[in-house]
Design a protein around this ligand. Structure first.
Ligand code: HAM
Length: 425
């Protein structure tokens, strides 16, 4: 025990620290570009702040908080996220009395007692931003743009942005009722967690990861059907601003987020390659939160990105890039005669400058394609008995999945053309 760290908590050792610093510096640089200034709030807050702020029916508050009684008998909690504490600081120091908007960012550790797995820790770090005092859809678009520019600057390009509106206290109750009416007759088919959530927090049923719940969610009513006019106008505004800024997004009507404070805009950026915990950045608007925490009615919007997940995503990309740079063509032969002939094709390709590797033992096509994928090759050259007899080979593009047949005699000129079009080196 003495020499073991608590489960779900990690050391950041000296060999990793430079990458952390690089990411944090990029976050600071990007925030300066967008006019955000840094705030640092305590890791410990009064437990009530999270009950009120994050929401009593969320998984975070119900199951995941590190809560304890301090020596003075007060209930305190290690912050599970950054927004509630930031709102508390905004209200406590009366920033609402000064000029608006107030644009803050923070970087620091957060704590959630979750089941640890790849991309999910009990202590993790967030870079987050919050804008107080702006209800304009332009602010939503600015926050999203900052998030994407940050991701791009650290090397995570081309990630999908998902967008939704979760409505407001006017239209969400109508939606909740519609969802309950849809799900009640299906209750017996829901997973245990969802059955429990149905009465208290039915929106959460939409993003349950279990197969059966996902299939039921596919036909559930969508919030777009019941948004009130003001939410609709806001949502359209956000999209127009994003379009104008050339920011691509996918509307995901099942995107609801795990915190209760959201109103209207909700968004996430997902990197699927890092697995089930692929959301690298998430956020949204929270127009009721400042008031909930004791301040005057003040709109707000922000996001947070999980630094461990960003690092995981960067590692994946670097591995992909390395693998991709090593091999151009992976040769696959099916049958002994084809295997002999492949030896000839491989030699000719290599002499034309192509980086080609092959399978040696006769394995199934499936196993060899798997090996081809693992090698990072861009092309698989497939030679079966039938192709051999006809004097052709199959070239499959492993990234795109499309394939074509080529007379063997044209293989070298195909490769030369590939090289000229920037394919090889
Ligand atoms: P969240 O979606 O709960 O939102 O967390 C934001 C990001 O923190 C996630 O997308 C993920 O990258 C990372 N994260 C969350 N939990 C873990 C975990 N257990 N291990 C590793 N990474 C994790 C919020 O926290 C909101 N406060 C975001 C926000 C700011 N909304 C408005 N303003």
């Amino acid at each position: 025990m003495l020499t073991q760290r608590p489960r779900g908590m990690h050391d950041i050792l000296p060999d990793e620290a430079p990458l952390w610093n690089e990411i944090e510096e990029t976050a600071r640089r990007m925030c300066a570009r967008y006019g955000f200034v840094e705030v640092r709030t305590p890791v410990l807050e009064h437990t009530e702040l999270f009950w009120r702020g994050v929401g009593e029916t969320t998984d975070i508050v119900e199951k995941e908080m590190y809560t304890f009684t301090d020596r003075g008998g007060r209930s305190v909690t290690l912050r599970p996220e950054g927004t509630a504490g930031t709102v508390r600081a905004y209200v406590e120091h009366k920033f609402y009395g000064g000029s608006q908007p107030v644009k803050w960012f923070y970087i620091g550790p957060m704590f959630r007692y979750e089941r640890p797995q790849a991309g999910r820790q009990r202590q993790f770090h967030q870079f987050g931003v919050e804008v107080f005092g702006a209800d304009d859809p332009a602010a939503d678009a600015e926050v999203i743009a900052l998030g994407l520019d940050f991701l791009e600057a650290i090397g995570l390009t081309g990630l999908g942005l998902e967008l939704n509106s979760v409505g407001c206290p006017t239209c969400r109750p109508v939606y909740r009722e519609r969802l309950q009416a849809y799900y009640r007759p299906l209750q017996d088919r829901l997973c245990g967690d969802c059955r429990e959530r149905l009465e208290r927090n039915p929106l959460r049923l939409l993003d349950c990861k279990r197969e059966i719940c996902r299939s039921l969610a596919a036909n559930a009513p969508q919030i777009g059907e019941v948004l009130c006019p003001a939410c609709r106008v806001h949502d359209e505004g956000v999209r127009r601003h994003l379009d104008e800024a050339d920011i691509a997004y996918r509307i995901n009507p099942r995107l609801v987020r795990g915190l209760d404070y959201y109103t209207r805009t909700a968004f996430e950026v997902v990197e699927e390659r890092i697995g089930a915990q692929g959301t690298v950045l998430g956020g949204g608007r929270y127009n009721g939160l400042v008031e909930e925490v004791g301040g005057p009615p003040t709109p707000g919007i922000g996001f947070a990105a999980g630094l461990e997940r960003l690092i995981l995503a960067l590692r994946h990309r670097r591995e992909d890039a390395r693998a991709g740079a090593d091999v151009d063509v992976f040769g696959i032969a099916l049958g002994d005669e084809a295997s002999v002939e492949l030896t000839g094709w491989m030699r000719r390709l290599r002499r034309s400058g192509c980086r080609a590797v092959r399978s040696f033992e006769p394995k199934s096509l499936k196993a060899q394609l798997k090996a081809a994928d693992r090698s990072g090759a861009r092309w698989a050259l497939i030679l079966g008995e039938d192709e051999r007899r006809r004097g052709v080979v199959i070239l499959r593009n492993l990234a795109g999945g499309d394939q074509r047949e080529l007379p063997g005699t044209e293989l070298e000129s195909w490769w030369t053309e590939e090289t000229e079009h920037g394919g090889g080196q």
